[in-house]
Ligand binder design. Structure first.
Ligand SMILES: Cc1cc2nc3c(=O)[nH]c(=O)nc-3n(C[C@H](O)[C@H](O)[C@H](O)COP(=O)(O)O)c2cc1C
Length: 230
């Protein structure tokens, strides 16, 4: 089977999505598409290399939005029906809102539109499915209540990306999620994978429900449900 898999910039369900992608790529040709935010967020969570590692070769490319400029040439493959299946997991509220309003101005929203034109079955795993509180996971975070603001910050010294601003925060756009800072701090002032509760807004949930009206699109609750829908 030839599959397109798109990542948007959601931390929620991200690790689970990468795990499913890895399983799928063992037996199928998978082209991976990354929204700009998808690429950034994968790096923050230390998952970018895992995604990159499943790619390589014709129809197994890693297509990054920042290399696709404004017309997203790679999505032409979808409008020509060159794939058997297109998956978006995880899917941000931003991308869902655009899709349900027919906007196609990012790599991923454009790919969904082109998949529709090419009559390719599309599976979408949204992050906003039900209104209310949901637990989700953070990337590395400097916990200022534990930080002793040492004269020489061991976490900053250990960071290969120069992403730590001592005593203040982590510059997540530089962070590659390697976790060296967490190990280096003697005060445990850098957390990784901290669970927080966020509120799923009614507006975003309503947008997700509008997806059910899109031809050829199925909504899945978890990335693990993809295997049953191949
Ligand atoms: C660490 C981090 C985690 C994020 N997690 C989510 C998320 O779970 N859901 C979401 O809708 N947006 C999340 N965002 C915000 C999106 O990345 C942002 O809205 C982005 O513009 C989405 O672009 P895209 O839809 O083109 O990928 C997160 C941002 C950061 C920095």
């Amino acid at each position: 089977m030839r599959v397109g898999w798109a990542f948007t910039g959601a931390g929620h369900l991200l690790l689970e999505s990468v795990e499913e992608l890895e399983k799928l790529a063992l037996n199928h040709e998978v082209t991976v598409l990354l929204s700009k935010a998808g690429e950034e967020v994968l790096k923050m969570y230390g998952l970018y290399d895992r995604v990159k590692n499943v790619t390589g070769g014709y129809y197994r490319e890693l297509a990054r939005e920042k290399d696709q400029e404004f017309s997203f040439p790679i999505t032409g493959r979808l409008s020509m029906g060159r794939y058997d299946l297109f998956i978006v997991s995880p899917t941000t509220s931003n991308t869902i809102a655009k899709i349900v309003h027919g906007i196609a101005d990012t790599l991923v929203t454009n790919a969904v539109a082109q998949a529709g034109k090419g009559k390719i079955k599309t599976l979408i795993v949204p992050v906003d499915l039900e209104a209310g509180d949901v637990e989700t996971v953070l990337p590395s975070k400097l916990e200022r209540d534990k930080c002793e603001d040492c004269q020489t910050c061991k976490s900053a010294a250990a960071c290969p990306k120069d992403a730590i601003i001592p005593g203040l925060e982590i510059d997540l756009l530089k962070c590659s999620g390697c976790g060296a800072c967490q190990i280096a701090c003697p005060f445990g002032a850098v957390s990784g994978g901290k669970i927080i509760t966020i509120y799923m807004r009614q507006l975003d949930v309503e947008n997700t429900h509008k997806l059910t009206h899109l031809e050829g699109v199925s909504i899945l609750r978890y990335p693990s449900h993809i295997q049953d829908n191949l």
